[in-house]
Design a protein around this ligand. Structure first.
Ligand SMILES: Cc1ncc(COP(=O)(O)OP(=O)(O)O)c(N)n1
Ligand SMILES: Cc1nc(C(=O)O)sc1CCOP(=O)(O)O
Ligand SMILES: [Mg+2]
Length: 215
């Protein structure tokens, strides 16, 4: 008789706001990371010039890595490899995934798969370290055009060892079904950075909601 899949545990994956002020954001980030369990921080500065991204990497990467939080760069595997990041997150339009895999060597490569089993299996075969599905809920952070069903998390986590990330409009109030469906990570922007009591409270709320959902 087949065994049910082992619970794998779910962790918080933090994505930066699309714009940050380097005069204040490092302190805010440090307080958020010190508030609870964060597996990973993705630097996502959409459409920022490279010198601005470089300054942000220099300021934020040590804050994450010194706390054992993996520091991933969005969109640019070459820059991630060149600047000591722990890896990169690439979308379907973000260049050659196989070339990025080779360039990043042992570093982490995550791939956006929207609501597609086909894209996820292709990413897994190519050597992705995780696949990301979204947007599960409406979000104002990005114009997200795909809306996966929970079943894609159940399907993926019951068949594949490669971790899956859920993203898009996730909050402490709505995350329980994603955790129970098998998401290994919940990636959030607004739930932390726009939490009414501040980002540290946002991290605590997400940690508590994940723990409650895991029972
Ligand atoms: C964890 C995670 N999942 C999905 C995305 C979206 O990536 P992409 O489709 O390339 O869109 P942009 O983030 O580049 O606007 C992500 N960044 N992180
Ligand atoms: C960056 C990103 N990618 C998405 C996708 O569906 O691929 S949704 C999204 C925005 C996530 O921000 P929030 O937690 O504020 O909704
Ligand atoms: Mg991208």
């Amino acid at each position: 008789m087949p065994h049910p899949p082992e619970p794998r545990g779910c962790r918080l994956y933090l994505v930066t706001p699309p714009r940050i002020d380097l005069a204040t954001f490092p302190d805010t980030l440090a307080r958020a990371l010190d508030a609870g369990d964060v597996a990973c921080l993705q630097l996502r500065l959409k459409d920022a010039p490279e010198d601005e991204v470089l300054r942000a990497i220099d300021a934020l990467r040590p804050l994450a890595q010194s706390r054992d939080v993996a520091f991933l760069l969005n969109d640019d595997a070459e820059l991630a490899a060149r600047t000591g990041c722990d890896g990169a997150h690439l979308g379907q339009e973000d260049g050659d995934h196989a070339a990025a895999r080779a360039l990043l060597r042992e570093a982490t490569l995550g791939i956006t798969c929207h609501d597609s089993r086909h894209l996820a299996m292709r990413a897994g075969e190519m050597g992705a370290d995780y696949v990301a599905f979204g947007a599960f809920f409406p979000t104002t952070t990005k114009d997200a055009r795909h809306r996966p069903e929970l079943e894609i998390l159940e399907w993926w986590s019951s068949i594949f060892e490669i971790p899956c990330v859920a993203i898009g409009g996730i909050t402490a109030a709505n995350c329980a079904p994603l955790v129970r469906a098998g998401a290994d990570f919940l990636a959030v922007v607004g739930a932390v950075w726009s939490h009414p009591e501040g980002p540290a409270a946002g991290v605590r709320a997400m940690n508590e909601a994940i723990a409650a959902a895991e029972g």
